[in-house]
Design a protein around this ligand. Structure first.
Ligand code: NDP
Length: 334
């Protein structure tokens, strides 16, 4: 049955020299694979576009292997099982996994996580998926927020940042976002319930940060890096915690901002810890349980930017790296 259908894939065909271009990708037609023994064939419904993909497009050493050339771009998807040779998953089940930038993905059943279709499927790539777990692990395990403390998060309107601030509010903290533009900041405060949001594209960013954090900063959840990092360091309280989640300001250009105010880490006796969410496997189940329940209750809200059609994935990906997404960036594939 599946042999009559056509798979479509996006391959990486060249490595970016400077900023990523649409010409680094190619749309390829391929046969639909069969479900392997003990595995499934999944029709992907949504593809997740994530900043980490930009790092993998480079040849350079990182915590993950580079994306190989002339093969399907790596990526998280959510979809429906359309063929099964596994006792774990049956046709019609909805699953999330690393299905890649393609319409159909085949693989072992253990590589797919069954999801509850009572929530919209796309949420399993956002607030109740990898970005949500990233927020949960970074804020709760590394940030260790206590009621009454001030939590600041950058890229606050984005997939990870929006969950960080809402979890901070649920834990009784003052939540302050930093985001690009008045519209994103308005959303962060009025829709997501943060206490304040600093527009880093407006003048006098430090003055705005100071006004938004009258009691200093106890937890800084870093998604972005650059000059903002130095500004935050100036406002750290004693024994502040900094979960270092991302540094997107340097991903696409490769130009790295040289941090100046390093002594502030010593003066405030701060803890700074980088982390990669895939290395915290034991925390996924409790994180997903809380996130799923809070989303179902409407206590964690989310927003999505959805591109239509696989062929538009490269353009949407580049747009996300430049802040043109508003909430979780997805591609709708059906
Ligand atoms: P977002 O949904 O936040 O989208 C990316 C956003 O980054 C853009 O919308 C834009 O928001 C902001 N941005 C882009 N360029 C710049 C810049 N030069 N300066 C400031 N902001 C910029 O993405 P995610 O929530 O998926 O990811 C957020 C961060 O979390 C990334 O750094 C990512 O690498 C990291 N991450 C880390 C993980 C880990 O395991 N450590 C796992 C998942 C994500 P704006 O318009 O506000 O500028």
């Amino acid at each position: 049955m599946s042999a009559q259908k056509q798979n479509r894939q996006i391959h990486l065909v060249s490595r970016p020299q400077g900023s990523v271009q649409e010409s680094n990708f190619r749309l390829v037609e391929a046969a639909v694979p069969a479900a392997p023994e003990g595995g499934v064939l999944v029709r992907n419904h949504y593809l997740s576009l994530d900043p980490y993909m930009r790092g993998r497009m480079n040849e350079t050493k990182s915590y993950a292997a580079p994306q190989p050339l002339n093969s399907v771009m790596v990526g998280g998807t959510v979809g429906e099982v359309v063929e099964s040779r596994s006792s774990e998953l049956k046709v019609g089940d909805f699953v999330a996994g690393m299905g890649g930038w393609q319409l159909y993905a085949a693989g072992p059943a253990v590589e797919w996580r069954k999801v509850d279709p009572r929530l919209p499927l796309s949420v399993y790539l956002g607030a109740v998926g990898m970005p949500g777990v990233t927020a949960w692990v970074g804020l709760l395990d590394i940030g260790e927020p206590k009621p009454g403390e001030t939590v600041v998060v950058s890229s606050a309107a984005g997939a990870v940042g929006s969950v960080v601030g809402q979890l901070a509010k649920i834990r009784g903290c003052r939540a302050v976002g930093v985001a690009g533009g008045a519209e994103k900041c308005r959303y962060v405060v009025e829709e997501l319930g943060f206490d304040a949001c600093v527009d880093y594209k407006a003048p006098d960013v430090y003055g705005r940060l100071e006004a938004a954090t009258p009691n200093g900063i106890d937890v800084y959840f870093e998604n972005v890096g650059g000059e903002l990092f130095d500004m935050v360091l100036r406002r750290l309280n004693a024994f502040a915690r900094i979960p270092l989640c991302g540094w997107i300001s340097g991903y696409d250009t490769g130009q790295q901002y040289a941090v100046r105010n390093v002594p502030a880490l010593l003066i405030s006796r701060a803890k700074l810890q980088g982390f990669i969410v895939s290395e915290h496997q034991s925390r996924w189940a409790p994180a997903l349980a809380e996130l799923g329940s809070e989303v179902a209750k409407g206590r964690i809200k989310y927003r999505e930017s959805i591109a239509e059609g696989l062929e538009n994935a490269p353009k949407a990906f580049i747009g996300m790296l430049h802040g043109r997404n508003f909430g979780k960036q997805l591609v709708k594939l059906v």
